[in-house]
Design a protein around this ligand. Structure first.
Ligand code: ADP
Ligand code: MG
Length: 463
């Protein structure tokens, strides 16, 4: 009992000591949607101007949004989606309240039906005005689809249909197994039943098309021809600017009716974005502007990716908090930068094919043994030694060279040809990643058998 309460005291002691940096951690998570997005005001206005016609009962043009990773495409579209949905709901609830005041109790389908009927009555239009009757005509519904996950025609169609269904509806479509024609007709049915103006956001749309072709886009861009009561409008989001070139020309002209490009952020932009988020995320004394500028400057060099800037700030703050430091300093930013880079490299290394792993492992072992710069011959011999130790098929020199070229492309090593004049030329290989840390990370699975095994041959060539 005493031990337990002592332990509990300790845990709370630690927690109490921490918590001097973060006021609200949620604010730095990917899923968080801030209420304002600095340096995207123009893009938001442009898209809003297109979408506003939906509130007047018209179908907005389809939109394509392009921009590199971390330029705010997803967060901007989610913010707009929420604002549009809220506005449409507000208009309808106001109308509902008006009918209630007049003594009618209505649910939404009844409201739609009544408005439909009322629209045909001259008086109604005269009283409400044509603009307002259009506004009240159809609810706007927004559906967000991440096409990296929903990457087939079947999955996209069922996803849309099921988002329109009630949660425990019996006629929700199964995630697989139906003929595609059936899914298509059930989707049409659901769309019609919803009697709405549907805005479908298809994020990472380029991935869907690379994986499954553009049939689904052909279907969706023409679906209004088969609908009577409902209308569909699409917003495609792509990291790749040339995405439309891959599409059928009819899909291309429909989907790209409006095109909007998100430029990468520069360092001052990122500084403003981070500063804005920091106000909510941190205690006021915990983070100074120069630390924020430092994070922004680093991320600006890496393609102006706001996600990387936010990651750097978040990881730095976590490190400072773990140290019970009252302040986030540049030292933590440097440490965080290292940690993020190590995590990235470890992730790349983890997903390498086994033989590539052993080639990299050999280069890193040579590095630790003092051969920071090494040669193809040394790598091939060391690789053969380790491969043999693991009872694997030992690949020939040419294949090892191919694997080294792959590792070079991934940025894990660097290969350079050096000329020795009349003594000929040689390829010099150098690892771009820290030896000991990566080697330790690689000592799992089959490669754990290599723990403590040193490369057999050490040469003395100098370059
Ligand atoms: P993309 O979809 O273009 O790859 P995201 O919309 O996912 O980029 O943005 C990456 C991260 O940066 C998200 O956490 C997002 O909230 C944030 N972000 C991007 N632009 C802004 C901005 N202008 N203001 C605040 N946060 C932003
Ligand atoms: Mg995105």
């Amino acid at each position: 009992m005493t031990i337990l309460s002592g332990l509990a005291n300790d845990i709370f002691g630690i927690l109490e000591l921490g918590g001097r940096i973060f006021r609200n951690r949620e604010v730095l998570r990917y899923s968080y949607i801030p209420d304002s997005l600095p340096h995207r005001e123009n893009e938001i206005q442009t898209i809003a101007r297109i979408l506003i016609s939906s509130l007047k009962g018209h179908t907005p043009s389809n939109i394509m949004i392009y921009g590199m990773t971390g330029t705010g495409k997803t967060v901007v579209s989610k913010l707009l989606m929420k604002a549009l949905q809220d506005k449409s709901d507000l208009i309808r609830s106001t109308a509902q309240k008006t009918f209630l005041d007049l003594g009618h109790e209505l649910n939404d389908p009844e409201l739609s039906r009544l408005l439909d009927i009322s629209l045909k009555v001259l008086d109604f239009e005269e009283i409400w005005g044509k603009g307002l009757s259009n506004i009240l005509h159809k609810p706007v519904k927004c559906i967000y689809i991440n096409c990296q996950q929903m990457d087939t025609q079947y999955r996209v169609m069922t996803q849309i249909a099921n988002r329109l269904a009630n949660y425990n509806d019996e006629d929700r479509l199964p995630v697989s197994g139906l003929p595609i024609d059936e899914v298509h007709s059930r989707l049409l049915e659901k769309l019609e039943d919803s009697n709405s103006l549907l805005i479908i956001i298809m994020d990472e749309i380029d991935r869907l098309v690379y994986k499954s072709g553009d049939d689904i886009l052909y279907t969706l861009t023409r679906i209004n021809e088969d609908l009577e009561k409902s209308r569909v409008s699409l917003i495609g989001i792509s990291n790749n600017l040339n995405f439309l070139d891959y599409l059928d020309s009819r899909v291309k002209s429909s989907l790209g009716a409006e095109e909007i490009i998100f430029d990468p952020y520069n360092a001052p932009h990122l500084r403003d974005i981070l500063a804005h988020r920091s106000e909510e995320a941190f205690y006021p004394e915990a983070v100074d502007m120069d630390v924020i500028s430092h994070c922004a400057a680093i991320a600006a060099q890496e393609n102006g990716d706001a996600r990387k800037a936010l990651d750097l700030l978040r990881v730095s703050a976590e490190m400072a908090e773990r140290d019970h430091s009252p302040k986030l300093s540049d030292m933590y930013v440097k440490q965080a930068q290292k940690k993020i880079e190590m995590d990235r490299v470890s992730q790349v290394v983890r997903t390498l094919p086994l033989q590539s792993k052993i080639v990299l492992y050999s280069i890193l072992q040579l590095k630790i043994a003092g051969r920071i710069k090494t040669t193809t011959k040394e790598v091939v011999e060391t690789y053969s030694f380790f491969s043999d130790r693991l009872d694997l098929t030992v690949l020939g020199r040419r294949q090892v060279v191919n694997l080294m070229n792959e590792l070079d492309k991934l940025g894990l090593i660097q290969t350079k040809v050096i000329s020795f004049g009349r003594h000929g030329r040689t390829t010099v290989i150098e690892a771009n990643v820290p030896g000991t840390e990566i080697i330790n990370n690689m000592h799992n699975g089959l490669l754990s058998k290599l723990k403590g095994v040193k490369p057999r041959l050490i040469y003395n060539t100098t370059f």
